[in-house]
Design a binder for this molecule. Structure first.
Ligand code: HSE
Length: 309
């Protein structure tokens, strides 16, 4: 194989009760990444389409993740990366993770898969650290492994794949502003009251239980964030009203997707999902707020190979 094209999907993280540890892989938004072998050793980013991003391999997450992966192996050829961005940077649905994870996944395929999923997560995290200022694997893990994941540790990487209830859908709405992950992380308080920690741990545990039992009432009570959302939601126009509208329209839960500004809602019924999307988007239209919105099932398989040559 000399060349491979992959679809690297978006992801929702935190899911309100699992800051930096929970993530969910989306089905219908993502980057298309083509990696081809070259005679000359080294990595180059040949093109980036869709959004204006640097081709400098030391400043683009795809180049950073690729270098982190390749430093562990001797290869006597090089790699040329072409990126078609389908996810807007700074949107809260894992734009940087899609580029870094998609690139290392594609390179691993060209090398005949010497690296494990955990190796790919580890090198993708270098891209995440570059854009956000700290290591976290909650976006890259579900993209590489698929479905809903829990990152137990990033020291010696440990990721658990959780069940994805078949009927579960997510509704994503993004007011058209950019929030840099690094800025959004700065508003997160470094100290948490013990009572809040206890409640958040209980919410996380009961959310995980609800995935196994498909108990959507329990899920509704569990996907709650009293620690980070109150501070971060200030950065998102109309967040409180959107939350009310979505809940009133039948959402199981509503929260900030990753570091925002995207807002996610959960539903277990397609017509409810469409109603939630319609009601939120008409609210934005009334206020003349530009937005993007869509409904997605959970992508249980993650990055997909589109073409090989
Ligand atoms: N868990 C991270 C955050 C995801 O909320 O900052 C950002 O990509």
């Amino acid at each position: 194989m000399d060349s491979i094209k992959v679809f690297s999907p978006g992801s929702i993280t935190n899911l309100s009760c699992g800051y930096d540890i929970l993530g969910l892989c989306l089905q219908n938004r993502g980057d298309e990444i083509t990696v081809s072998k070259t005679n000359k050793k080294g990595i180059i980013i040949k093109s980036v389409e869709g959004y204006h991003l640097t081709k400098d391999i030391n400043k683009n997450v795809a180049g950073i993740a690729a270098q982190a992966l390749l430093k562990n192996i001797n290869v006597n050829y090089g790699f040329e990366i072409e990126i078609k961005k389908g996810i807007k940077p700074g949107s809260g649905i894992g734009s940087s993770a899609a580029s870094s994870a998609g690139t290392v996944f594609a390179i691993n395929q060209l090398l005949d898969s010497p690296f494990s999923h955990l190796d790919l997560i580890k090198s993708s995290m270098e891209g995440e650290r570059f854009v956000s200022g700290s290591y976290h694997a909650d976006n890259v893990a579900p993209i590489i492994i698929g479905g809903i994941t829990l990152v137990r540790s990033i020291e010696s990487i440990d990721v658990i794949k959780l069940p994805s209830p078949k009927s579960l859908e997510v509704i994503i709405v993004r007011p058209n502003i950019e929030i840099k992950t690094s800025d959004s992380r700065k508003v997160v308080k470094k100290k948490v009251k013990i009572e809040k920690m206890v409640q958040q741990s209980a919410n996380l545990g009961s959310f995980i239980s609800s995935l196994y039992t498909e108990d959507f009432d329990l899920m509704s009570k569990s996907v709650v964030d009293e620690i980070i959302e109150p501070d971060r939601s200030m950065l998102i126009p109309e967040f409180d009203n959107i939350k009310k509208i979505s809940k009133y329209s039948g959402a199981i839960a509503v929260g900030i997707s990753g570091s925002g500004p995207s807002i996610f809602s959960l539903s277990n019924n397609s017509s409810t999902s469409n109603k939630i999307l319609d009601n939120i988007t008409s609210h934005f239209e009334k206020l003349n707020i530009d937005y993007d919105g869509f409904v997605s099932k959970i992508n249980t398989t993650g990055i997909k190979i589109l073409e090989t040559k």
